[in-house]
Design a protein around this ligand. Structure first.
Ligand code: F6R
Length: 640
């Protein structure tokens, strides 16, 4: 199918297509490809920052530049040695999988005839065999990557074509894709096709952008959001050609034309910019009241029913469910742990939470009456996607909670509730986490409604409590000077511990994760009840321990955690306590007492998570670290 060059219209509303792990961009048009590619890479650097590179199709052929380290290194190299002008090009920002992050492993990779340049996101599993084949044919490969083989295969396929496919870059790309195993999104330019960019995708994200006489490919829409909000969703096993003369053509790997779905991005470039903040993370923390309000907006219909975004399940299907699993990774897994309390309490369904990366390997007992909920900001996390596919193979129903419309996880699910947190650029998840919590409460209520375990007025009462959260979050954010001061005090500590109980336990885990990933400080989160089963040995004179006190509605747990704080203090701990307004029982045992607004117990994580985020951000900043791009990490983990 061909998409006309002009007159792009908005169709499906898409919120964000951000995900992480290598960022790739392709451009063809009339402007400077170098400027557009570099700008796109700047916006996608959160996806990976081990190295960056660019290739342009200039008048005299292909030119490339690539550098290990952050994009700034490449920009400096380009300033020292400018490339010739060109209006067709591609770029890459890498999170290393095969080979260390050094110049020679940076993308793009170029074919031996120096005609084809390729960038890649994903892993080519059979690259060893392909590499040997190329070496046997006498080629000397110049990198340790799995990607380089694609550049050589592509040039060879292009040169070998006969018949109607002769000289067609897309046909060469299709031929190569059929030989690749694993997951990939690929973008290529070729010296013989100065007005073309070709891309392909299997199990890795790739979206198209349609501008005025110019076309884009990107790992996510942030790659081209500054130029167009008209986007194309590309399906699995598809090859796309962007041609400055003929517009966009999409086919499957066999060459059959397909009609890509167009969508309009409902946020603009400003939403993915720092807007005066020192860090994206600070901006995203401040955006949390809106993220929650937007996620909750319009979820209760006029007839008092909770509504999801997409439901391909009947009420009968939902009534048949007798067990729930929630699968997710990292921070999303902590949201899942909170969701378990709400689901079990409101629906009386047994609910298990499992790290997505572990789920399928222990052969969980799943059948048609199991509901598997997958939580993912990006919608592309490979571990979560694989868990979801395993669940579907076992005939379980799958519901996705996701921040990225059009991404793979919601597309493959039976029902979807989108969080509406907007683009999350900082590697550490903040606003997406709070939006995930809000979405989890809604899903729990949706199940309670479908199964009749709560009356409509009870559901409406809880929704009313949920609707008070945006103000409570804003109130909490207004109190964070105290937390920043505590951060300054703790910035040099070698270890910080986090303790919680009930829904405070996942928040303790989240506090520890945030500190580890951002400040590189040893941090552990554990359940308060486990202290005396081992953890208390860690405490020595001055060890900081951050404890989340459960609301007083859970009296027995509340008093037990206060006893735990006393026990830790007796052994020298410096106690930092997060408690609800008016809870003064703990005051005598707290070196620092951080109050958050009072809210029903199950909803409290939405507020108690905030001091954890601010603390980690502040400590990382004081330690002079890159808050938005912590070492060794990338925003979206699209490899297992
Ligand atoms: C930590 C963080 C990660 C993600 C995890 C899952 O701050 O952001 O732990 O939560 O990689 O990512 P998604 O939600 O995209 O599946």
């Amino acid at each position: 199918m061909s998409v006309p060059r002009h007159g792009a219209q908005s169709c499906d509303v898409l919120m964000t297509t951000l995900s992480r792990m290598c960022g790739i961009i392709g451009y063809v048009g009339t402007k400077s490809a170098e400027d557009i590619v570099l700008e796109g890479l700047r916006r996608m650097e959160y996806r990976g920052y081990d190295s960056a590179g660019i290739a342009l199709v200039a008048v005299d052929g292909l030119v490339t530049a690539k550098k290990a380290g952050k994009l700034a290194n490449l920009e400096k190299a380009l300033a020292d040695q400018p490339l010739p002008p060109a209006t067709t090009g591609l770029g890459h920002t890498r999170w290393a999988t095969h080979g260390p992050p050094v110049d020679r492993n940076a993308h793009p990779h170029v074919s031996a005839d120096r005609k084809a340049a390729v960038v890649h996101n994903g892993i080519i599993e059979n690259f060893g065999a392909l590499r040997s084949e190329l070496e046997r044919a006498g080629l000397e490969l110049s990198s340790d990557t799995d990607t380089e083989v694609v550049a050589h295969l592509l040039a060879a396929a292009h040169a070998a074509q006969t018949g109607p496919d002769a000289g067609r870059l897309a046909a060469a790309m299709r031929a190569v894709c059929l030989r690749l195993e694993g997951s990939f999104s690929l973008v290529t330019v070729h010296a013989d096709h100065p007005g073309q960019v070709v891309g392909a995708r299997r199990n890795q994200p790739l979206v198209g952008g349609i501008g005025d006489g110019e076309y884009f490919l990107g790992s996510d829409v942030s790659a081209f959001i500054a130029h167009t909000r008209d986007a194309l969703e590309l399906g699995q096993d598809q090859v796309v050609t962007l041609d400055v003369e003929h517009g966009v053509t999409v086919t499957d790997f066999a060459g059959t034309p397909v009609q890509p779905k167009r969508f309009y991005v409902d946020w603009d470039a400003a939403a993915a910019e720092k807007g005066g903040y020192a860090w994206f993370m600070l901006k995203e923390i401040d955006e949390q009241p809106a993220a929650i309000a937007d996620t909750l907006r319009g979820r209760l219909s006029e007839t008092g029913q909770i509504v999801l975004d997409e439901v391909r399940l009947s009420d009968e299907d939902l009534r048949d469910i007798d067990k729930v699993f929630i699968v997710a990774c990292g921070t999303a897994n902590h949201a899942a742990m909170v969701a378990k309390y709400a689901i079990e309490h409101w629906t009386r369904l047994p609910c298990e939470v499992e790290l997505a990366s572990e789920f399928r390997y222990r052969d969980p007992v799943l059948d048609r009456s199991t509901l598997v909920i997958a939580i993912s900001q990006s919608g592309e996390t490979m571990d979560t996607l694989m868990a979801l596919r395993h669940a579907k193979d076992q005939r379980a129903r799958v519901l996705a909670i996701c921040n990225t419309n059009g991404s793979t996880i919601p597309r493959e699910s039976d029902a979807v509730l989108y969080t509406r947190a907007g683009p999350e650029v900082a590697v550490a998840s903040t606003k997406a986490f709070l939006a995930q919590l809000a979405a989890c409460y809604l899903v729990a209520l949706y199940l309670a409604q479908a199964r009749g375990t709560k009356y409509a007025d009870e559901i409406a009462a809880i929704v009313a409590q949920l609707n008070m959260l945006p103000d409570a979050v804003a109130d909490t954010l207004g109190r964070m000077d105290q937390v920043r001061a505590i951060g300054r005090e703790l910035a040099k500590e070698p270890t910080i511990l986090f303790v919680g109980r009930h829904v405070g336990y996942p928040i303790a885990l989240e506090g520890a994760l945030k500190l580890k990933e951002l400040a590189y400080i040893h941090a552990e989160g554990f359940a308060a009840g486990e202290l005396k089963h081992g953890y208390i040995s860690l405490i020595e004179e001055g060890t900081p321990v951050v404890t989340v006190i459960p609301a007083r509605g859970r009296n027995s747990v509340h008093s037990k955690v206060i006893s735990n704080i006393q026990e830790m203090r007796a052994r020298g701990a410096k106690t930092i306590v997060i408690a609800a307004d008016g809870d003064d029982e703990v005051a005598p045992y707290a070196d620092h007492l951080i109050y958050v607004p009072t809210t029903p117990t199950l909803l409290a994580p939405v507020l108690t998570a905030i001091p954890m985020q601010v603390l980690a951000c502040e400590i990382a900043d004081i330690r002079g670290l890159d808050v938005d791009q912590p070492r060794n990490l990338a925003k979206s983990v699209t490899v297992e």
